[in-house]
Design a protein around this ligand. Structure first.
Ligand code: ADP
Length: 258
């Protein structure tokens, strides 16, 4: 049998990752990094060893969300030591390598894809039960290369209500299926807001098209997530590990099966 994973560069001897899950989206700004972070937080709360490889090289935000963007990354030329969060999660991101985190990443696609590959091979991850990879948005060259160079066990698709009416989700589904990577499910982010007075869900973007899309592509729904200012606030403060909500508890019932 042809084992596709054997074509990949091996990890260093100090690292062993049991499960690798990629988080994808059609375009930027739909909440892919936030969902990546929260999936990791949920697994961490279950008591697993968790890591995040921030592959969203054009807008790396994971470091800030977890409050580790000031970490000085140590490397002896062979191994790179990842940042560690307050709760012990391991994180590696291009942002952590920039002298000024607000600098734009100006490297070309192939260099970026090479760097992500290097995060896989050269970072001293240690023993990891779940690694979540925040993939670059879209289905272009860079995401494709990263798709092909990491041994993904599954992907999660994050969309916004507006994306669900376009062809974007279909493209992401097709990319994963062409590469035989199981799709664990789809998340509709920014789906509604909850009235602070009566708790009623207000679907600000109109009726959701999630049902149509999951039938069309035969997908599993992981959750419909509200716009929540508490999430933005904690992310901005670098404290996403403290986030709690009803919908996160609901999401956890699905994520437990990963
Ligand atoms: P992407 O990774 O898709 O570019 P991000 O996860 O960085 O998107 O989210 C973009 C911005 O929107 C961030 O400031 C984030 O904190 C905020 N955000 C994402 N999802 C939500 C949500 N459900 N409620 C409130 N703010 C959110």
């Amino acid at each position: 049998e042809c084992d596709e994973k054997s074509f990949l560069a091996p990890m260093n001897a100090h690292s062993h990752v049991k499960k690798v899950i990629g988080i994808v989206s059609g375009k930027g700004g739909v909440g892919k990094s936030s969902i990546t972070s929260l999936l990791a937080v949920l697994k961490q709360r279950e008591g697993h060893n968790v890591a995040i490889l921030d592959g969203d090289i054009t807008g790396p935000s994971i470091g800030k969300t977890f409050g580790v963007d000031d970490t000085e990354i140590y490397s002896n030329g062979k191994e790179i030591i990842p940042a560690q969060t307050a709760h012990g999660m391991k994180i590696m991101s291009t942002n952590l390598l920039l002298e000024h985190p607000e600098d734009p990443v100006v490297w070309r696609g192939p260099i970026l894809a090479g760097m992500i590959k290097q995060f896989w091979t050269d970072v001293k991850w240690g023993e990891i039960d779940y690694m979540f990879v925040d993939m670059p948005p879209g289905t272009g060259d860079v995401p494709l290369t990263i798709f092909q160079s990491l041994p993904l066990d599954g992907i999660v698709i994050v969309t916004s209500p507006q994306e669900l009416v376009s062809m974007i989700v279909g493209k992401a589904v097709n990319m994963a299926r062409q590469m035989n990577i199981p799709i664990l499910g789809i998340v509709e982010n920014m789906s509604y807001v909850k009235c602070p007075d009566c708790g009623k869900k207000i679907f600000v973007f109109g009726k959701s098209h999630l049902e149509d899309v999951i039938h069309k592509y035969d997908l599993n729904v992981l959750g419909q997530i509200p716009l929540d200012s508490e999430l933005t606030k904690l992310s901005d403060m670098g404290m996403i590990e403290e986030y709690e909500s009803d919908w996160l508890t609901e999401l956890n019932t699905k994520v437990r099966e990963f």
